[in-house]
Design a binder for this molecule. Structure first.
Ligand SMILES: [Fe+2]
Length: 208
């Protein structure tokens, strides 16, 4: 097994070296989206809806509280090729900054109309889209958290767990320790505000 891993690592290295050799002339070369901790609130025991609209639950008359937003983008490999059928697991806090998770002992209210979790797959052009609620901020054992959405993204051969931030939350982002740790790569983890409560974020995996 260790040997296999070594070969994969060497292959990834070779691909990287080729990409660098191509240099700036390879217009489509992409920077890989930074990874992040899965955090304590991954909904391992979740048994509810997983569709792309997190703001509504079938049979509920009320929609989730908070600002409804759309988030969309593509999943690409580092050469800029779209990844078809990539799986995205998505989870986030509600508008009050509370996760519907037994580990979240915060006193902010739960929202019974908020789905909080989704599993979606990219289309043939690598695109994905969700409708959700702008997540609230919260205080955690590691400090203040700016609004963010967690994603666990798998292509055929690579996977990365990441957090997506919002470009229109600069003040909150600036005081979030995890965001600050991203340093110069923060823009790769930050969704652009497209106006009208829509956000765009392309995810780049190391390989397809
Ligand atoms: Fe979180």
């Amino acid at each position: 097994m260790a040997h296999e891993k070594y070969i994969i690592t060497r292959r990834a290295f070779a691909v990287g070296a080729l990409a660098s050799a191509a240099g700036a002339s390879h217009a489509l070369a992409q920077s890989i989206t930074p990874g992040s901790t899965i955090g304590p609130f991954y909904p391992a025991g979740y048994r509810g809806e997983t569709d792309a609209d997190l703001s509504r639950i079938a049979g509920h008359t009320e929609r989730a509280k908070g600002q409804v937003i759309e988030v969309m983008g593509r999943v690409l490999d580092r050469n800029g090729n779209p990844i078809t059928g990539a799986k995205l697991e998505i989870w986030q806090a509600n508008t009050h900054g509370r996760y519907a998770h037994p580990e979240d002992v915060a006193t902010m209210p739960l929202d019974p109309d908020f789905q909080g979790f989704a599993t979606i797959h990219t289309g043939s052009d690598g695109s994905w889209k969700i409708t959700t609620i702008k997540p609230g901020t919260y205080d955690s054992p590691i400090g203040y958290r700016t609004p963010h959405i967690h994603m666990d993204v798998s292509g055929m051969t690579s996977r990365n767990i990441m957090q997506m931030y919002f470009a229109d939350e600069q003040e909150a982002n600036a005081v979030d320790g995890l965001y600050r740790e991203l340093g110069d790569s923060a823009p790769l983890s930050t969704a652009k505000a497209l106006g009208d409560h829509r956000y765009g974020w392309d995810i780049v995996l190391i390989e397809g």
